[in-house]
Design a protein around this ligand. Structure first.
Ligand SMILES: C[S@@+](CC[C@H](N)C(=O)[O-])C[C@H]1O[C@@H](n2cnc3c(N)ncnc32)[C@H](O)[C@@H]1O
Length: 237
């Protein structure tokens, strides 16, 4: 069975051409950052969208991702450390215990957490302010309704509730539509942008039927931004 890891690795070369929404998300996330953190952890760093959007000098940038095909495309440099890490591994973040990061980013990745509650709890133990962008079930909402399948991702409400357990954050919801000249183009885009999520639950026939019945000329996206301006000193006690 194709996993999400396979899907991202195999589509890595395409990612930078099919990441229109993810690029917008990074821009919005970065616009919230008022500090210039010298030491950064980027979870689900992929091919380097967050690194490339950082305009300030850093001493250390640690990018982690479980898809080696994506990491292979990430910029390299003296201050950059890239590591294979699966954020679904309950012990995955232990390697960073005791390390000091000035900010933790994660853009367009944590929607794939199998247990978001546990992953957010692990991130919180690193005691750095966070800037996270997480896709929600408003993404491809009409497509899922048309196909008669439940949403792939968690609802906005669930993501906000889980995030508020661990972070004193400003929460913002972004909504985008992405228009296409044909339904065929639209479905090709879904496949190549890596947001299909290895779902594979529709047969070829069902897929064709879905393409015939999809009522919109655009795709819908919904993303929650979770941004902590600073962690309060007493959060560390
Ligand atoms: C849509 S891309 C976003 C990449 C980058 N952050 C950006 O905004 O351009 C999602 C990334 O999350 C990674 N990812 C998905 N599930 C993961 C997991 N369980 N552990 C680590 N990385 C994961 C994928 O390999 C992929 O590189």
């Amino acid at each position: 069975m194709r996993t999400i890891q396979d899907e991202f690795s195999q589509n890595a070369q395409n990612y930078t051409r099919y990441n229109i929404i993810q690029s917008k998300v990074i821009d919005q996330l970065m616009a919230l950052v008022e500090d210039s953190p010298a030491s950064v952890l980027d979870i689900g760093c992929g091919s380097g969208g967050v690194y490339e959007a950082i305009a300030w000098e850093m001493d250390r940038f640690v990018g982690v991702d479980f898809a080696e095909g994506m990491l292979a495309l990430h910029p390299e440099g003296e201050e950059i450390q890239l590591e294979v890490l699966d954020f679904n591994d309950p012990l995955g973040f232990e390697r960073f215990a005791g390390e000091q990061f000035d900010r933790i980013f994660s853009a367009s990745a944590l929607q794939w957490a199998s247990d978001l509650d546990r992953t957010l709890a692990q991130i919180a133990t690193l005691e750095a302010p966070v800037s996270l962008a997480i896709f929600t079930s408003g993404t491809f909402e009409t497509l899922h309704q048309t196909a008669g399948i439940p949403p792939l991702l968690r609802s906005r409400e669930v993501v906000l509730r889980l995030a508020s357990r661990y972070f004193e954050a400003e929460m913002t919801t972004l909504r985008y539509t992405l228009a296409f000249s044909s339904v065929r183009e639209m479905f090709r885009y879904i496949k190549r942008s890596g947001v299909g999520g290895a779902r594979g639950i529709l047969s070829v026939g069902q897929m064709k039927e879905l393409m015939r019945r999809y009522p919109l000329s655009y795709l819908e996206y919904e993303i929650v931004l979770i941004h902590e301006p600073q962690r309060r000193a007493d959060d560390f006690s």
